[in-house]
Design a protein around this ligand. Structure first.
Ligand SMILES: [Zn+2]
Length: 376
């Protein structure tokens, strides 16, 4: 993505900065330099307040990074790989690859973030009072914002840390992960709605910050809904792998054939939308679609080789045949054909429509199962 700047790697995890983080930085600088510092430590020059505001903004981002790094390190210790940490307009996200295997692991991964923020906040209170003056005021603000960060993140609604803690607790208590997800994401939507209402009331009462609260609420609601439906899909497609959903490749053809010969020999007789092609070396390295064949003008079909209208397999999006089919929901782009590989051998292709069909089938099957259960 071009919207992000890579900052580097920390504890083996890529740290990215989304440009929208400038929104928080600007808001924090404005409110700290313009209101909080002049009230807490009067008598300084405007430039000194601005430096204080910028310091506060940078220190806040560093605090959020430490919080996310906590999630990332504990996740890795519990066998969950971490793709990256991104900082953006609404704070930070540690993007985990997969999920915790036990409620205990999930509890630890979720709990460490707020714990770090709380400890950081409490630890800053004393230095803030000793230092005093403008810098003391910045430290004091940083202490309170870290405590607020801990408390806000503990609100029990997914995808907030508190929602994950709730999920882990329900999962352990009821022994049903999917049911716990449904409850935690429902709670997340409620929290989102509550924040939207609160923000609107705050704004109506003259507080411009209410808009920000409402925006956070709106984002939380959206994230909770997405997480809820993704989790439903995952449980519906349980046990279904990419290879069960894909179109298996037929025997590959030589890519030196003319388009006309290829249409005659394969495309008319077979019922395939896609063909893998081999070069002289004999391993499939390209694919051609019926669509690409049809697009070649009739008078050029005898002179053009099928290779010239083919796409390189390496340049197309790729998935592994043994991955869970549910993962395709986040991996498939809406238009492009995705190549399915069995380790390093291309075995088929998959697109969004096939995934949709697989989901409909799974729903149909589970409704039939429900019917038999009621009949018995
Ligand atoms: Zn967190």
């Amino acid at each position: 993505m071009k919207n992000t700047i890579k900052l580097g790697k920390l504890a083996g995890v890529t740290v990215e900065l989304n440009w929208t983080v400038l929104v928080i930085a600007a808001l924090v600088t404005l409110s700290v330099a313009g209101g909080i510092l002049p009230a807490a430590a009067p008598g300084y020059e405007t430039t000194q307040y601005v430096v204080g505001g910028v310091t506060a903004a940078v220190a806040l981002l560093a605090s959020i990074l430490v919080h996310e790094l906590g999630h990332a390190i504990v996740a890795q210790r519990n066998g969950v790989r971490v793709e990256r940490i991104s900082l953006w307009a609404f704070g930070g996200v540690a993007q985990l690859e997969g999920e915790a295997e036990t409620p205990r692991a999930e509890f630890l991964i979720a709990g460490i973030g707020p714990a770090i923020s709380l400890v950081l906040g409490l630890a800053l209170i004393y230095p803030a009072s000793v230092v005093g003056g403008l810098f003391g005021a910045v430290l004091g603000w940083l202490a309170s914002i870290n405590i607020i960060l801990a408390v806000f993140n503990l609100i029990p609604g997914a995808p907030l840390d508190g929602g994950r803690l709730l999920h882990a607790w329900l999962w352990k208590r009821q022994g049903d992960r999917a049911r716990a997800t449904a409850t935690a994401t429902k709670a997340g939507r409620l929290v989102g709605t509550a924040l939207i209402v609160l923000g609107i009331v705050q704004f109506a009462a003259g507080g411009a910050g209410g808009l920000w609260t409402a925006l956070i609420g709106w984002f939380l609601r959206g994230a909770a809904t997405a997480e809820g439906s993704y989790s439903t899909i995952r449980s519906e497609l349980q046990g279904v792998r990419v290879r069960d959903v894909m179109t298996p490749a037929g025997p590959p053809e030589g890519d030196w054939m003319s388009v006309a010969a290829f249409i005659d020999r394969r495309a008319i007789a077979d019922q395939r939308p896609v063909y893998f092609l081999t070069g002289i070396e004999g391993t499939p390295s390209r694919l051609v679609t019926l669509q690409a064949l049809a697009a070649v003008p009739i008078d050029e079909r005898y002179t053009l080789s099928v290779r010239s209208v083919a796409q390189e397999l390496d340049e197309l999006p790729a998935v592994q045949a043994d991955e869970p089919a549910a993962d395709l929901f986040t991996k498939l782009s809406s238009r492009a054909l995705t190549v399915v590989w069995d380790v390093s051998v291309p075995v088929g292709t998959v697109n969004a429509a096939q995934l949709g069909t697989a989901l409909e089938q799974a729903r149909l099957l589970s409704s039939l199962r429900g019917e038999t259960a009621t009949a018995a």
